[in-house]
Design a protein around this ligand. Sequence first.
Ligand SMILES: [Zn+2]
Ligand SMILES: [Zn+2]
Length: 148
Amino acid sequence: MNQKSSKAHEWLRNLQANGYRATNTRRAVVETLANSQHALSPLEIYEICRSQHKRMGLVTVYRTVEKLEELGLVQRVHQPSGCQAFISAAEGHQHLLICQSCGKVTFFNGENEAMESLMKKVSLQSGYQIESHWLQLFGQCANCRDQT
Ligand SMILES: [Zn+2]
Ligand SMILES: [Zn+2]
């Protein structure tokens, strides 16, 4: 079993352990998201899955994605357009880079000194005690840059 399908397998086990039955349509949603390197909106997931599952419903997509988010397996990506999309959650403290052309998501480690000293500086200047932050960077990935 390759790494990709084992991730979907892991998610399904996790869902089942939380009382969520793995129907064919839910399984398709899980596999689509687990194997994607791109942030996908519920509508995009629905369209991908529907090609193989005629009985796929948008409600199933929403519910499954919500459940995966609740379990910390996927994370929400807020896009400048206001649309929301989902991607596999990163392990540890990671920040997101999102390509605005192709939607590819890359993570970079958020635990570094530059970030910490920036937070300290902002805290000192503002008087805030900063407890958490949410950082997503938008732009063009290396592939898309090559094409323009
Ligand atoms: Zn791109
Ligand atoms: Zn961070």
